[in-house]
Design a protein around this ligand. Structure first.
Ligand code: GLN
Ligand code: ZN
Length: 765
């Protein structure tokens, strides 16, 4: 008999109940007991849904009020000093203060850092270790939830992040020391956790070590053996779980560690299964993550069965089946999507449906239930319909991709030639000022968009309102004295959704929310088919805006890589091809903007870095096709048209050559939070084109003073010639309020005027 289990279930709730309860609690609209009730109900419902889907071993410990890594920090008592936690259990409010800097009770303090969870769009709370870090169990949450699940009669398999992944994901604070040295102190704490779980009657424990899918330094690799040999597991059966990729050079190690079972990602690591079979000790159970936990497509069950049957014959009871990773990264339940195009809906599977698929596979492998013939049949039809649908496959799009030439990804002349012609056309002053695109999205703007969408506002009425807004932001920018203007993006809800809604090949779910961090969720568009553009998407707005000013008006687009990386992408062709299709659609938009008289066009690539593969050895390949897609988008224009790009992160020292290869005429980037450190990398690499280092941190309500802007620019001027520098904020201003934006931009222009006078003087002298 084949055993099924799950690695984790989305906790936010099908209707985002957890988000709503959390935010109400933070605003003190509900008290803590009410919040606790919502959590308990969600856990109960989610276990029931998994049990109803036929899953045997249910995860516990996957529920979290904010983040599972933060949960573990609290369990281990890793609470930085500034949160004033002395001893005993970490209170829920201390927990929230660690996550977000404040909570209904207690003094505010700087929140813990947050960063991306491997290559997902989920963000975890980074543990902070001091050199004297101790570990002392300081939370009952996990143990209580285990009791809760057992009492509900579920077969309970707690899930915990393993000690090495936990250390790896943390950062050291105060003093230079090797965090791996903390392992000797950490292990006894894990021992205590295991002991307690065992005394609660737990049989199986899942220990996640996702870092085994990364390229690890040798000392970390070696640590695995000693750590897992020393981990006191007495009485518990342990499953080591690795996901998000193949194990490659860590495969042998993972097979040989003294655990009772090994879970591997059989979607991304499908090629490794044969090797695993030959290396896996005969006493070990193998869990195959066969259902993709990273996307929303139905699986091809026939193909899976064909693949699994021989494996099952070989492994017998030692074969377990699961999704490839926690289902945290997919929406909860497709059942809710009653407005979704029914043909496309039929191709999809959210968390609940994925578990049903898993069960169908199990039943068929074990020949239990004839009833599953029905499920198989439906699945087979869906897979077949997706394979052949003319809604997906557009010969003209495929043909166009096929015809892409190398020349299409190159501008006509070099940057040196282009910038001369652009300067002759634009006549911009030294150190030109600009903004990144959006202006504050006021209540009125949001309301107008909403009413337009629901039909309460006619097209004409909506146009009038938006144009009025554009008129106003133009007047404001002219008054402040900004050199290159933007129209403010009032018509855009979201930088990806806005384009996805106008492109062919996309659909949008109503409730397809996925947790990004804490109570924040995103609803990624679904790219199901060949992408094409029916008609211009932004040209009318930009043309209108340009007609209202003598100054250059920047056209504003989201780039192909960002659209790709922030969507659920079809899995029936390489991502690179889908990206190319988006690039071609956007290229047409760029050319249309140029034809409409727009002299500067910004193509945002906010998420280019996010798409980097987990292993650096694979970066080059990704960067090659993603940079190429950007260049296809950008290179249809003449030399006189200036292409900008924008990226809102500063950690790109390691991909600098790729960024330079994008060959944008101007790049605007985040730097104010890293105090221009980044620019040193630009110096080392000698970035060839124009740069606008962000001088206004738009993530904070603080208004930068003129002096702080000039001092940041002076730092930039050490590395970059004055002729190649721009002055601009870090990112779009849509989350800010007008009063602060106004003052900040006035200060920015003031700083520009001051610097210009100084530089002219110093040149003359
Ligand atoms: N043009 C977009 C804006 O200003 C860019 C947003 C982003 O980089 N995240 O809102
Ligand atoms: Zn940005």
């Amino acid at each position: 008999m084949t055993t099924t289990h799950n690695l984790g279930f989305p906790r936010i709730g099908a209707k985002r109940e957890l988000k709503k309860a959390l935010e109400a609690y933070w605003k003190q609209e509900i008290a803590q007991p009410a919040l606790l009730t919502v959590g308990r109900e969600l856990r109960q419902r989610h276990w029931q849904q998994q049990a109803d889907a036929g899953i045997e071993w249910l995860p516990v410990g996957d529920f979290s009020w904010y983040d599972q890594v933060l949960d573990l920090s609290c369990l281990l008592g890793v609470v930085p000093e500034r949160f004033n936690h002395s001893e005993g259990p970490v209170s829920l409010d201390t927990y929230f203060r660690m996550a977000r800097g404040r909570a209904p009770t207690g003094e505010p303090s700087a929140a813990c850092e947050m960063t991306k969870w491997f290559d997902t769009n989920y963000h975890y709370q980074v543990p902070e270790f001091s050199s004297q870090q101790g570990f002392e169990l300081s939370s009952d949450k996990l143990f209580n939830e285990v009791d809760e699940a057992i009492q509900l009669g579920h077969k309970t398999k707690p899930v915990i992040l393993g000690p090495l992944s936990y250390l790896w994901l943390g950062k050291t604070k105060g003093g230079d020391f090797n965090k791996l040295d903390l392992i000797d102190k950490l292990l006894p704490a894990y021992g205590e956790i295991l002991n307690r779980l065992q005394s609660q009657g737990v049989e199986w424990l899942q220990i996640d070590e996702p870092i085994l899918a990364l390229e690890l330094p040798i000392e970390w690799q070696q640590a695995f053996e000693s750590v897992y040999t020393r981990l006191p597991v007495k009485g518990l059966k342990t499953m080591l779980a690795v996901y998000f990729g193949p194990l490659k050079e860590n495969l042998k190690l993972a097979c040989s560690l003294p655990t009772d079972a090994l879970h591997i990602d059989a979607v991304r690591g499908a090629d490794e299964i044969d090797t695993v079979l030959s290396w896996l000790p005969i006493y070990k159970t193998l869990s195959l993550g066969i259902i993709d936990g990273r996307n929303i497509w139905r699986s091809d069950l026939d193909a899976l069965l064909e693949w699994l049957q021989p494996l099952q014959q070989r492994l017998g009871d030692r074969l377990w089946l699961a999704p490839s990773c926690s289902l945290l990264h997919v929406p909860v339940d497709l059942e809710q999507e009653q407005q979704l195009d029914s043909e496309v809906r039929n191709w999809l599977a959210f968390a609940v449906q994925k578990l049903n698929e898993l069960n169908t596979i199990k039943q068929s492998l074990d020949n239990i239930d004839e009833g599953d013939e029905q499920a198989l049949l439906i699945s087979r039809q869906a897979v077949e319909s997706r394979r052949t649908s003319t809604r997906i496959h557009k010969p003209n799009v495929k043909q166009r991709c096929h015809n892409i030439t190398a020349a299409m990804a190159e501008r006509k002349s070099t940057f040196e030639v282009r910038i001369q012609k652009q300067q002759a056309r634009l006549k911009l002053p030294l150190l030109p000022t600009t903004t990144i695109g959006s202006f504050p999205q006021t209540q009125e703007i949001r309301l107008a968009r909403k009413q337009y969408k629901s039909g309460q506002l006619s097209e004409a009425e909506y146009q009038i309102l938006m144009r009025k807004e554009i008129d106003e932001v133009i007047k404001k920018q002219e008054k402040i004295g900004i050199d290159v203007l933007v129209h403010g993006e009032p018509e855009r809800n979201d930088m990806v959704e806005y384009f996805g809604e106008q492109l062919e090949g996309f659909v949008f779910s109503q409730f397809g929310w996925v947790q990004s961090y804490g109570s924040r969720c995103v609803k990624p568009p679904i790219i199901y088919g060949d992408v094409s553009r029916e008609k211009p998407m932004t040209v009318a707005w930009s043309r209108y805006a340009q007609s209202k000013t003598e100054k250059p008006m920047k056209g504003m687009l989201t780039g192909p890589v960002t659209i790709l990386n922030w969507s659920f992408v079809r899995d029936d062709q390489p991502r690179a091809i889908t990206c190319q299709q988006i690039a071609l659609a956007l290229r047409d938009e760029v050319c249309d903007l140029e034809a409409a008289g727009i002299a500067i066009i910004q193509i945002d690539e906010a998420a280019l870095r996010e798409g980097l593969p987990l292993r650096t050895r694979e970066w080059e390949k990704y960067l090659a096709w993603s940079v190429n897609a950007f260049k296809i988008t950008a290179s249809g224009v003449k030399d006189e048209t200036q292409i900008h790009t924008h990226m809102c992160y500063s950690a790109f020292n390691d991909i600098m050559p790729a960024i330079a290869a994008m060959d944008a005429d101007v790049i605007t980037i985040e730097t104010s939070r890293s105090d221009m450190e980044l620019l040193e990398a630009f110096e080392e690499f000698s970035y060839p084109n124009d740069i606008g280092p962000g001088v206004y941190d738009i993530h904070s309500p603080n208004v930068p003073a003129v002096e702080s802007i000039t001092s940041l620019m002076n730092k930039a001027l050490v590395h970059i010639p004055v002729e190649r520098l721009w002055i601009n904020p870090d990112c779009g201003l849509k989350t800010r309020g007008w009063p602060e934006v106004n003052t900040a931009l006035v200060n920015m222009v003031c700083a520009a005027v001051f610097l210009r006078s100084r530089y002219k003087r110093s040149r003359a002298s």
